[in-house]
Design a binder for this molecule. Sequence first.
Ligand code: XBP
Ligand code: MG
Length: 257
Amino acid sequence: MLKAILFDVDGTLAETERDGHRIAFNQAFAEAGLEWTWDVDVYGDLLAITGGKERIRHFIDHYQPSYPPQANESTWIAGLHKAKTTHYLRLLAEGAIPLRPGVRRLLDEARAQGLRLAIVTTTTPENVTGLLEATLGTESIDWFEVIAAGDIVPQKKPAGDIYIYTLAQLQLHADQCLAIEDSGNGVYSAKAAGIPVLVTKNAYTHDDQFTGAVAILSDLGEPGDAAQAHFGLNPANGYVDCAYLQALVRSADEFAL
Ligand code: XBP
Ligand code: MG
């Protein structure tokens, strides 16, 4: 029986990457006097690496091999990432990043039905509260019993750490929960914790491997604006509601890839 919905953030609650994080990284690079610009395509490749600090280091190692190593590079990267977060929070506060279709509707229904809610993300905790405040209002932060984010676990997605941590915080079993994710890394992470996963794809993750997902949709859908089912159970109403999520959990074994 479904007890809790575990929401990924970037790409799932909102399309934060192309016009949010990517812009903020570029603004931080320019501010630091670096001639690095992550265009839409390069950023799409870099999204294979989760975590902004890890992504910067990967970029240096694989795209800027001649870049002079900084004394204490980790501290330097952390400082650059902190600047990026400041730019990203400003973009959020300016209302640059709306929620994806169906997110607000599903959150409202889940709360009305007494389902427990959690956030399970690789992004920095301030980015989560910044997105929630900008799109749902400050009080929405309290809708989520757990906000598991960023460096709170030793290994980020695709490792299962962040989902295992969230189950422990909720004191629930994996089969009492359902994760909603957008990426292959996210599916891998939730599956590593034994949690059934619903995927809502986006432009950046369209060609990811979602092995193990119980269903793959274009988005959560809205009344009058149906979600497209790419794999697994098709939402009876054309959009994801709590009854659909309950059906997914009940039949998770039957529909998994
Ligand atoms: C997506 C990520 C994050 C963001 C950038 O997280 O991998 O690293 O791209 O945020 P998820 P930070 O899909 O798990 O929400 O720069 O704060 O890491
Ligand atoms: Mg994501």
